[in-house]
Design a protein around this ligand. Structure first.
Ligand SMILES: [Zn+2]
Length: 404
C-alpha cells in the first residue's frame, strides 16, 4: 500500500457507519413502503452530498403483476437514486445498493437490538436490513467519500444506483441498472458476504418468477360437474409436472396456488406462482420450452385455457475470465489489509446477475459480514463495517490506478 492509500483506508474505516446503520434500520423501507423508501432516498442523498457529481431521483419503470383473480394490475415501486461522478474520467465503474428490505411496514421486526458476540469477534447487531443492506450502503458511501480525498480520484469516474425494488426482483429498476452498467469496466454491489467470514459470492443461478393463469369453467359440484373444467385441479397437475423438472441445473419452486371458491362449485380460475432458477443460459432456454410444453399438455388434458405472465428477470451469472480477475483483485486488496477473503458459488440472485448480463464483471457481495438475512434473526457483525469500507476504499484506489 502507498502512503496515500493508507490514508484513504484509515479515513474510510473512521466513517460514522454504525450511526448511519442504526438510523437507517429504524426507517422501515419494505419494498412496498413508498414513504419509507422516499425517506431512505433522502437519507442517502444527504450522505452522498459531500461527493462530487450529480444526483437524481428517478421514477421507476411501469410494472404490472397478476392478482389472485388472474387480472393484470399496475404496481408502483419506489423511486431510484442515480449519482454520476466524473463521466469523462478514463476508468468508469458502477456501484449499486438497494434501499428496500423484505420487511414491510406491518412486519413485527422493526427495531435493532444488540446480541451477545458468541463465537464471532466484535459486536453483533440484530435488526431489519442491517446486513441486507443498510450496512452495505454505509460501507459503500464511506469508501467513496474517503476515495474522493485521494489525488488519484480524478482518474476514476462512477455511477451509483440506489434502487427501491431489489427484494422483489428489481422490475422497476432493471432498465436503469442496465443503462448505468453499459460501458463500465467493473461493477460493485453491496450485498452482504455469502458467509459470515466474509466469503464473496462467485457464480449465481438465474431466476424467473411466473404467474400461470388457468381459466376453466364453473359448474354445480353435484348437478353437472361433468360440464365444469376444474382450474384448481389443473393448477395442482401443473405444479406436479413442473416439479418433476427439478435437476442439478434447474430448481423449481411451486410456491402458491390461488383460486377456487365454495365447496359446491367447480372452480373456474386459479393462479399458480412459481419460481424457476436455471444454472446456465442453456438451462434457462430449456426451462422456458418445458414450461410452454407442460402448460399445453395440462391445458389439453383438462380442456381449459392456460397462459403465463412473468419471465426470467435475473439471468444466470457464470464467472468468466474478467469476473475471476475482479474477484482476485478484491481478494488481493483484502490480503494487503490482513483480511483473508475467498469466494464460492451462491444459490441466491441479486442485481449482480443483471450487471453481469450486461457483460460487466461484478463482485456483488462487497457489503458487510453478517447473516440470517430475510429473517428476524438478521445480524450485522459491526467490526465488518470498518473492514469492508477499508476493502472498498483500497479497491477504488487500485481500480483508479491500474483498472482491473
Ligand atoms: Zn440484498
Amino acid at each position: 500500500m502507498t502512503p496515500t492509500e493508507r490514508t484513504v483506508v484509515e479515513q474510510a474505516k473512521a466513517a460514522p457507519m454504525l450511526d448511519q446503520v442504526l438510523r437507517w434500520a429504524a426507517i422501515n423501507s419494505g419494498s412496498g413502503n413508498l414513504a419509507g423508501l422516499a425517506a431512505m432516498a433522502s437519507e442517502l442523498a444527504d450522505a452522498c452530498a459531500p461527493l462530487p457529481g450529480q444526483i437524481a431521483l428517478l421514477d421507476p419503470a411501469p410494472v404490472t403483476r397478476i392478482d389472485a383473480q388472474g387480472h393484470e394490475r399496475e404496481v408502483t415501486h419506489g423511486r431510484n437514486l442515480l449519482l454520476t461522478v466524473r463521466p469523462t474520467a478514463p476508468v468508469q465503474i458502477l456501484l449499486t445498493g438497494h434501499m428496500d428490505t423484505v420487511f414491510d411496514a406491518e412486519h413485527p421486526f422493526q427495531s435493532c437490538q444488540w446480541l451477545s458476540p458468541g463465537v464471532l469477534n466484535g459486536r453483533v447487531l440484530n435488526g431489519p436490513g442491517v446486513a441486507d443492506m443498510k450496512g452495505g450502503l454505509a460501507v459503500m458511501i464511506a469508501a467513496l467519500r474517503a476515495f474522493e480525498t485521494s489525488p488519484e480520484c480524478e482518474r476514476l469516474g462512477y455511477q451509483v444506483v440506489f434502487n427501491s425494488d431489489e427484494e422483489v426482483g428489481s422490475p422497476g429498476s432493471a432498465a436503469l441498472l442496465a443503462r448505468a452498467a453499459a460501458g463500465k469496466l467493473a461493477g460493485l454491489t453491496y450485498e452482504p458476504s455469502t458467509l459470515p467470514d466474509g466469503t464473496l459470492a462467485a457464480a449465481r443461478p438465474g431466476s424467473g418468477n411466473f404467474s400461470i393463469i388457468i381459466t376453466g369453467r364453473s359448474a354445480h359440484a353435484g348437478r353437472n360437474p361433468q360440464d365444469g373444467r376444474n382450474a384448481v385441479v389443473a393448477a395442482a397437475d401443473l405444479a406436479l409436472r413442473l416439479s418433476a423438472l427439478i435437476s442439478p441445473g434447474l430448481s423449481v419452486n411451486c410456491a402458491r396456488i390461488e383460486g377456487g371458491g365454495p365447496n359446491n362449485v367447480v372452480p373456474d380460475h386459479a393462479v399458480l406462482r412459481v419460481n424457476i432458477r436455471p444454472r446456465t443460459r442453456l438451462d434457462e432456454a430449456l426451462a422456458s420450452e418445458a414450461l410452454d410444453r407442460i402448460m399445453a399438455q395440462v391445458a389439453a388434458a383438462h380442456d381449459l385455457h392456460i397462459h403465463r405472465h412473468g419471465g426470467f428477470a435475473r439471468p444466470p451469472k457464470p464467472i468468466n475470465a474478467q469476473g475471476q480477475k475482479l474477484l482476485e483483485l478484491v481478494c488481493a486488496c483484502g490480503q494487503m489489509l490482513g483480511q483473508e477473503i475467498g469466494w464460492k458459488d451462491s444459490g441466491g440472485v441479486c442485481d449482480g446477475n443483471n450487471i453481469a448480463a450486461c457483460g460487466v464483471p461484478v463482485v456483488d457481495t462487497m457489503g458487510v459480514r453478517g447473516g440470517a438475512i430475510h429473517s428476524p434473526d438478521e445480524y450485522l457483525i459491526t467490526d465488518s463495517l470498518g473492514e469492508r469500507a477499508a476493502l472498498s476504499a483500497l479497491l477504488l484506489c487500485r481500480l483508479a490506478r491500474d483498472g482491473v
